[in-house]
Ligand binder design. Structure first.
Ligand code: AMP
Length: 217
């Protein structure tokens, strides 16, 4: 089973991905997390990607395609995986189709998260994330129990560099210009499922399970 989570920054893909991979028992492949880890480790990919990410731009397709190609050949991806943040351009979606031809896997569902713009800006500008496990918090609506310490793993909880207000607008524009066409790509293949991603995490989770035909276990 291959599922992709699709939607603008702040639409809750990462949060829902974490809940879903536990439920479905498949690995989560978050390209944003992979890039942030590369930056932390100072790898050549991290060095190249940082400049694009800091401006709210996309990292070039060739780098992203190589990154995913390499990752999905891992033994843990043999029976499927969940993509979070990939593909973000039509070129990436086409490259993924080519990879599937070789592996025999296929895209089962692309879940397109729908959230109004005001709420997106509010979520992103108040978002805090754990640099260790990636758990997501919010300054006003979902605070950590201890200031800036992750409730789950006790890692440090910080604001992402690209959640600063000047970068948030650029990321939303990038989504509209480069990423939104990916939705049409998958709609035409009949695998796109629109998800109302407003409301509580639990409500959205239940809507996703209903959309992919897997009730709570
Ligand atoms: P995310 O954590 O998914 O919001 O991603 C953070 C940033 O990483 C994005 O704003 C992009 O700069 C970069 N990024 C993540 N995934 C991709 C992708 N599939 N293609 C290009 N850039 C990406």
């Amino acid at each position: 089973m291959v599922i992709a989570l699709f939607g603008p920054p702040g639409s809750g893909k990462g949060t829902q991905a974490k809940a879903l991979v536990k439920h479905l028992r498949i690995p989560q492949l978050s390209t944003g997390d992979m890039l942030r880890e590369s930056i932390k480790q100072g790898t050549p990919l991290g060095v190249k990607a940082k400049g694009f990410m800091d401006k709210g731009d996309l990292v070039p397709d060739s780098l992203m395609i190589d990154l995913i190609k390499d990752r999905i050949t891992g033994p843990d991806c043999k029976n499927g995986f969940m993509l979070d943040g990939f593909p973000r351009t039509v070129a990436q979606a086409e490259a993924l189709d080519q990879m599937f031809l070789q592996s025999g896997l296929k895209m089962e569902s692309v879940l397109s998260f729908q959230v109004n713009k005001l709420e997106l800006v509010d979520r992103l500008s108040g978002r805090l994330v754990c640099t260790n496990c990636g758990a997501s918090y919010h300054e006003k609506t979902k605070m950590t129990q201890m200031p800036n310490i992750c409730d789950i793993c006790q890692g440090p909880v910080v604001k992402r560099d690209d959640d600063k207000s000047e970068v948030v607008e650029a990321r939303l524009t990038t989504f509209k210009e480069s990423t939104a066409p990916v939705e049409e790509f998958y709609r035409s293949k009949g695998v796109l499922k629109e998800i109302n991603a407003e409301g509580s995490e639990q409500e959205v989770f239940q809507r996703i399970l209903a959309a992919i035909g897997r009730g709570a276990k």
